[in-house]
Design a protein around this ligand. Structure first.
Ligand code: HSE
Length: 289
């Protein structure tokens, strides 16, 4: 049996709106079992997630190869839905990998990126789900390009609220235009963030994660816990705190050696949700046969 494994992802990292992301050590796995007359995907995610050909994984595979032979699939996911941890991107990548395996497409990572970004609209979740590590990516509605690099030694202290926030709702609060000064300040912060990561400077990278004016400014009202976590994390030695993707998850990036101590303080905040202490996943999509 073939198993497809795709990591969760965290997009934006502050100023890298729609262009920077990283892979996290939390996974969606899909095992391809026997062929059958209709598609069926076995999972434990409840009625919210379809078990037939309307499931996003199968829908994505069928969008690439409409007459793909139906199979029984077994899905296990550690990635919560609608929380800003790339659950739909992981499903899209799993669907592309499913079509690749059953249809013998022999797709490269670059091919997968082109397909996935057309479905997702922006590359900052799909690219790290494919490549792993820290990824900077670009997409101009024609072609996507992405490059991955190792992230400095760090832990991602991840607060996942109990409540969902749909990406569409979180994008709806963003302005259509932006003052030039804010755009320059934010895009230059994203540039410094990338350079800092490449030089292994976690402290500088973390500072840049808090210099966004593209989206967090407008989304703050949807995620009041962002400032609360940021203030507490900063007081206890975190390098930087940002809204993961479109939210509502918030991540504080901290030095590995201080992670347990900082997490203990963050867990004292009166918030409804759970905390995870995650590693950055160095690898993206993996297919085991
Ligand atoms: N860059 C996207 C956003 C990620 O912030 O809306 C969520 O899909």
């Amino acid at each position: 049996m073939t198993t497809i494994r795709v990591p969760a992802t965290s997009a934006n990292l502050g100023p890298g709106f729609d262009s920077i992301g990283l892979a996290l050590d939390l996974y969606l796995t899909v095992t391809i079992a026997e062929a059958r007359s209709d598609w069926f995907i076995e999972h434990e995610m409840g009625a919210e997630v379809p078990s037939d050909k309307h499931n996003l994984i199968i829908k994505t595979a069928l969008a690439l190869i409409p007459d793909l032979e139906p199979h029984h699939l077994i899905m296990r996911s550690e990635i919560p839905l609608a929380r800003g941890l790339g659950s739909s991107s992981s499903a899209i990548i799993a669907g592309i990998a499913l079509a690749d395996q059953l249809g013998d497409l022999d797709l490269t990572q670059y091919d997968m990126l082109q397909m996935a970004v057309k479905l997702e609209g922006h590359p900052d979740n799909v690219a790290p789900a494919i490549y792993g590590g820290f990824v900077t990516a670009t997409y101009d509605d024609v072609e996507a390009d992405a490059i991955s690099a190792p992230f400095p030694a760090a832990r991602a202290l991840t607060f996942i609220p109990d409540t969902e926030l749909l990406t569409s709702a979180s994008r709806a609060v963003l302005p259509k235009q932006m003052p030039l000064r804010a755009a320059v300040a934010t895009s230059s912060a994203a540039n410094v963030l990338v350079a800092a990561v490449l030089r292994g400077d976690l402290e500088l990278a973390g500072r840049m994660m808090e210099r966004d004016q593209f989206h967090e400014t407008y989304r703050e009202k949807l995620v009041p816990h962002l400032e609360q976590i940021r203030d507490c994390a900063r007081d206890h030695g975190a390098c930087g705190t940002y809204l993961s993707g479109a939210g509502p998850t918030v991540i504080s990036m901290v030095p590995t050696v201080e992670a347990d101590e900082i997490l203990e303080e963050l867990e004292k905040l009166p918030l409804n949700g759970r905390w995870l202490n995650l590693a950055i996943a160095p690898a993206g999509l993996a297919i085991e046969k």
